[in-house]
Design a protein around this ligand. Structure first.
Ligand SMILES: Cc1cc2nc3c(=O)[nH]c(=O)nc-3n(C[C@H](O)[C@H](O)[C@H](O)COP(=O)(O)OP(=O)(O)OC[C@H]3O[C@@H](n4cnc5c(N)ncnc54)[C@H](O)[C@@H]3O)c2cc1C
Length: 332
């Protein structure tokens, strides 16, 4: 376990209700402790201890990488409330780079189909063997050094955090010893990550942070719907489904030539939808036969389509925890 402490020069009442509301929306547990409130977040636990005019928040995570992500979660929340200037972090012994950052090197870049580029990074990715499926690429301003950790474990971004492009990607494959990862980059118009990937050469250093996001949700029946950006996530979920799981998966790709070979367990059928044929992901979800019993639907696509999926899920009577409809990207 790794711990750190935030000291806030404000009463707990100024931010705790908002934090609890957010945790409740995300279906995360909130409980009373002898000292205050404990709020579970994806990356660990925040114990909020009301000390009168000020507040102490104790952060506990399974490892140093998750602790940095938990710290960023609290900072994000305080930032939303305009309270980030009220926080002082305890000093802690840390490495040169942020604990949630991994530095690797480009092993190969392959255009695997008309619209997908597969990138293999070699390095120490052992912590990606378990937990979240996703990471953030670190694309910095021209000539910038990698982010470093300050003496409280916080991240120092050369040029300021806003100068960094940090798009989310999914680990498509990982070596069983965690020595390399592959990710599939969808080559869309105007993509900064796509332009960046065109400049990569073998041996070049690449930084990322993670793992992040949730792991795999389990249910006897699963429905998985993903567009190009969620193709790796859907494939990981198919692969990670426990034995005996049944269900259906639909992946939307631009052309027939973008279809990938995927081994599916016996109970799960995978269908490919094609943009060139006029298929849409929301139509695929609407056409799916979602059973009444225990079920889980994962839908990841463009923001407006994810909103339409939430509406359809509500019409089907899917309850909290039975549907995750996520915006993987936003159209302009
Ligand atoms: C949890 C998670 C996991 C993800 N995993 C993957 C993954 O494994 N592979 C992958 O390719 N993507 C993945 N994405 C999506 C990816 O993060 C976004 O597409 C991101 O915007 C890409 O950054 P960019 O630099 O290419 O484009 P940006 O510079 O962010 O955007 C430039 C322009 O491209 C447009 N744009 C962005 N995405 C798309 C798109 N898919 N189609 C058309 N136009 C687009 C934007 O609207 C904008 O106009 C994931 C997203 C999330 C949230």
């Amino acid at each position: 376990m790794q711990r750190t402490t935030a000291f806030l020069a404000i009463p707990a009442a100024t931010f705790l209700p908002g934090l609890i509301q957010r945790a409740t929306e995300l279906e995360l547990a909130v409980s009373d402790t002898p000292r205050g409130k404990s709020v579970n977040m994806f990356y660990g636990t925040l114990e909020v201890i009301d000390t009168g005019p000020s507040t102490t928040v104790e952060l506990t995570s399974a490892d140093g990488a998750q602790l940095v992500s938990l710290r960023e979660t609290l900072s994000w929340h305080l930032d939303q409330a305009g309270l980030n200037h009220c926080v002082t972090w305890a000093k802690m012994r840390v490495g040169a780079n942020p604990a949630n950052m991994a530095l690797g090197r480009v092993a190969r870049v392959l255009d695997i189909s008309p619209n997908f580029r597969r990138i293999r990074l070699a390095g120490d990715y052992t912590r990606f063997l378990n937990g979240g499926l996703h990471f953030r690429l670190l694309i910095g301003p021209e000539g910038a050094d990698w982010p470093t950790a300050d003496d409280t474990g916080g991240t120092v971004w050369p040029g300021g955090v806003e100068a960094w492009h940090r798009p989310a990607y999914t680990v498509r494959d990982i070596c069983p010893e965690g020595r390399w990862i592959d990710f599939d980059l969808f080559r869309h118009e105007g993509g900064r990550a796509h332009d960046w990937s065109g400049t990569l050469s073998p041996g070049q250093e690449v930084g990322l942070t993670g793992p992040g996001g949730t792991g795999l949700s389990e249910a006897p029946w699963i429905g998985l719907f993903g567009d190009e950006t969620a193709l790796p996530a859907v494939i990981r979920m198919i692969r990670g489904a426990p034995e005996g799981t049944v269900g259906e998966a639909v992946i939307l790709v631009p052309t027939e030539a973008d279809i990938q070979r995927v081994a599916c367990p016996p109970g799960i059928t995978l269908r490919w939808a094609l943009r060139e044929r006029g298929d849409t992901l929301i139509d695929a979800f609407r056409a799916a036969r979602v059973p009444d019993g225990p079920r889980y639907v994962y839908f990841a696509s463009e923001k407006a389509e994810a909103a339409a999926a939430r509406e359809h899920g509500a019409a089907l009577g899917l309850k909290r925890g039975e549907l995750h409809a996520l915006a993987y990207w936003t159209a302009d």
